[in-house]
Design a protein around this ligand. Sequence first.
Ligand code: NOJ
Ligand code: MG
Length: 581
Amino acid sequence: MHWTKSVLAAIATSALSLSIGAPAQTAPSPAQSAQSQPTGPEWWRHAVIYEIYPRSFQDSDGDGVGDLKGITSRLDYLHDLGIDAIWITPMYPSPGIDYGYDISDYTAIDPLYGTMADFDNLVAEAKKRDIRVIMDYVINHTSDQHKWFLESRSSRDNPKRDWYVWRDGKGETATDKGEQPNNWQSWFGHSAWQWDEKTRQYYCHYFYVQQPDLNWRNPEVHKAMDGVLDFWMKRGVAGFRIDAVSRLYEDPEMRDDPYLPGRNAYGDRNIQHKYTDDLPEVHDVLKEVRSVVDKYPGDPVLVTEADEPNVQALAKMYGNGDEVQLPMDFQIADVNKLSAPRFRELFNEIENNPAHGQPEYFFSNHDQPRQWDRYGDGEHNDQIAKLMAVLELTTRGTPQMYYGEELGMRTTDPARVEDVHDPIGKLGWPKEKGRDGERTPMQWDTTATAGFTNAAKPWLPIPPSASKYNVDAESKDPNSIFNTYKKLLALRRSNPALRDGAQISIGNDPDVFMYVRAVPGHAVVVALNMSNKQRSVMFIGLDKYGIHGLLKPIFSTGTGFAKSDTLILEPFAAYVGTTEP
Ligand code: NOJ
Ligand code: MG
């Protein structure tokens, strides 16, 4: 499939003014230059992060639950796949109500997952393979079994009372607890306030009742939590993914949140979390976290879980280069349908974000149905999985994969309410089935327990699709989803334009999302047919992006082929082409 630039006809190049001579990221912003000097080589700009849900990746001791030794035993797999860093969701001691996000000790390992020696060994073995380890920093709340909370709830004059958010009920008397302090709601359904009979006050919890919110207005909380960062940095971790960060502060005036029309899956009135989300003080904490981790070598990375409503709010997370390097882009993760215009709009926005920050892209994680199902149309899901892989791995940003995404793992929800583990699935059944479906065991092979465990029964059942979608079977098929990921990861690492190039959208086709990635001397064109129709596209004006001469494919899925001067893309085909030899 070769054709000359001179016969490539035109697709409007929209209003983009970037040129190859000055790609966006080679003109360092103040934020970038601040980060690039004393703190190291900005490894996170070129890294691919892989999220591991430790319960579900690999069991080593036959109890049906994944563990740290299990992860260590799979590091070669991750290295061969082309992964640079793993983010491990919480494996600290926890009663497990929110499956680890209710932490009862921040500086220990839950025996379910192993020992501190296992952890140290994991970090050391990962290092040998150039894989960095990113920890989950759950900052908004602890478990109600954390010793800090046990102390806090023991009496109103306990020194740790003010480490959590305690309030009187409205109209409370000696005998009547009154009403909850205001109308704030938990993200997991019903009130955000829990009455505590012993000390006769309510405490605030944005998530489960068993996850009381820390009071970030108390300086001692800062000190204690900074100590948590120090503890793990000293053990050689590469940084943190900060949980639920926009929820850290609440309105000091305690104003009621405005109601919105309708009701949620739990039957509550819909609410806008106006007085509990994204308060400006959040940024002071992010600066503080940055200053703590920056005491350590190796250019530690901070990633935030912040489902910001727009690019302006997202860009604030970069600060002036003194907050986080990688705020996860939920706008793009949540497009939830194949839409070339929507992706074009959002990628243009983040590419031109006011802070010039590095984007962080993901499509699946442990909280939402997997991308195979969300973007699939029911008929071409595998083809679409490959298309999404090309989108994720050829755009300019740090990709964050979720274990099993590289296989085309599917969301497999429990069939009966009595099988549900995640409490929101019990509360919201059947409208909300919880998050078990995206947390099923990793599919390594075709055996009954998919190579995940020797136990007869893994903690969550193996999805029926595991017999076809597993590492063993897919490794043998050059066209599998797995091999698509593997090839793309290798390409991304070796191709200078894909590694470092500016990203410039071209055209405004309603079905085909196209962009150029370019650094001086190197350029590639990516064309993604997001429709179930055959589409043909023509390019013009690519010389201004440094694309001269023959364009030839360096990667394609489905069939993209040239017919005279036109690129023809089969339904959901993805094409990556370059003019280089
Ligand atoms: C976000 C985490 O990703 C989710 O799994 C958890 O339930 C909440 N934060 C509360 O920690
Ligand atoms: Mg185990």
